[in-house]
Design a binder for this molecule. Sequence first.
Ligand code: PRP
Ligand code: ADE
Length: 178
Amino acid sequence: ERAAALRDVASLIRAVPDFPSPGILFRDITPVLREPAAMAAALRLHLDAVADLAGSIDRIVGVESRGFLFGMPIAHALGVGFVPARKPGKLPAATVTQAYALEYGEGTLHMHADALEAGDRVLLVDDLLATGGTAGAAARLVQRLGGEVVASLFLIELPFLKGRERLAPLRVEALLSF
Ligand code: PRP
Ligand code: ADE
């Protein structure tokens, strides 16, 4: 059942000290991705967390690069399109851009200026919520394109970094907390 599936997925998330910089405990999801049963369980858990939104979402926005991994299969399962929010220099056409800070640095996200239609209802997907800087920037880009971020969905939340508070009043769904 759900608790067992969560335990199985959690057991495959590897904690790597001092990556990418000293003092950071990095939560590595690649051991989940390499096990078909765990990957399927994780996808099922993501879909269950937003089951109430099926039929009322127009697009998934996934954040480069780990937000692509579950974002795309979630979009496919919900029968909606996928829009990437990307790091600089990757998207070929005209973009809107937003700078942000994250747990271990800073960055800039871009979205294609024509990627959403006004009024699109968006589910934001990423693998991990830390400070919320990244997800907040992605949400801002969606808003600037006239979309509405209906909810955000993460495999992992690091509650001590208070990303959920930062994203408030946005709905935040996270499957595991460390
Ligand atoms: C990681 C993670 C989130 C972000 C969370 O991405 O995938 O996008 O950090 O941190 P925050 O809540 O403090 O903003 P990273 O920038 O390392 O890029 P990657 O997905 O390409 O590895
Ligand atoms: N993104 C931000 N903080 C992270 C962490 N501790 N592990 C993995 N990805 C992250």
